[in-house]
Write a protein that binds this ligand. Structure first.
Ligand code: SAM
Length: 211
């Protein structure tokens, strides 16, 4: 499996120097660096943005900014990304990489919980990338519809929806994330307002189109 992952990385277009530096810095300085999207998923996000051509993207869970910068690389002229991060200790690092990129003017960083911030932005998004707290995925999804942040034609992409394969295993006592992701995937698959497909890229992406 590791050999296959290395092969996929080598046969995909290389990440930019800035993104490679951001990944190195994340592994050096931040707790839980494995949360970063990284090279292949980052390239996939950029390509998806090039395909969808959204004018406004919402991201829930900036972390150190890798996925936001990847999506920004694919944005059409005039496009913007609103990205929310609850951990204020990450703000300095995020802003320093955003400022060094060519996309600083396209990226709006909000520090705080997306559940509090998004309803106050009064925006409708063409694309939403959900990558925050796994236990809050269902709450994010409901909030997006309730506050009008998504509409017919919007795309939602949710990360980590296979949760290292645990979604098909027997639940383990004390594990809150797995049941939360299982519930999120169930809710989406039964929601008649949308159609969706699960992509087994990295830890799994749920690609949802609002009908
Ligand atoms: C998996 S990481 C995001 C990785 C990032 N999207 C990337 O690809 O590099 C999850 C992030 O979501 C943040 N988070 C958790 N709950 C949140 C919330 N309610 N609102 C905004 N961010 C949240 C965490 O602090 C963490 O930095």
């Amino acid at each position: 499996m590791e050999a296959l992952e290395t092969y996929i990385e080598r046969m995909s277009t290389a990440e930019s120097e800035l993104l490679a530096e951001l990944e190195r810095e994340t592994y050096l300085r931040v707790i839980n660096p494995r949360m970063i999207s990284g090279h292949v998923q980052g390239k996939f996000l950029e390509m998806l943005v090039r395909m969808i051509r959204p004018q406004r993207i919402l991201e829930i869970g900036t972390f150190t900014g890798y996925s936001a910068l990847s999506m920004a690389a694919g944005l059409p002229d005039g496009g913007v990304i609103d990205t929310c991060e609850v951990d204020d200790e990450l703000e300095f690092m995020i802003r320093s990489f955003f400022d060094r990129s060519a996309y600083a003017d396209k990226l709006n960083l909000y520090i705080g919980s997306a559940l509090d911030i998004v309803p106050t932005l009064n925006q409708t998004y063409d694309m939403v990338f959900i990558d925050g707290d796994k236990c809050e995925y269902s709450a994010y999804y409901k909030m997006l519809f309730e506050c009008g942040a998504v509409r017919s034609g919007s795309w939602i992409l949710a990360d980590n929806i296979l949760w290292y394969g645990k979604v098909v295993e027997q639940p383990v006592k004390g594990d809150k994330q797995t049941p939360a992701i299982v519930e999120f995937n169930r809710m989406v698959s039964e929601d008649e307002r949308v159609e969706n497909v699960i992509l087994p890229l990295r830890d799994g992406l749920n690609l949802v189109r609002v009908k």
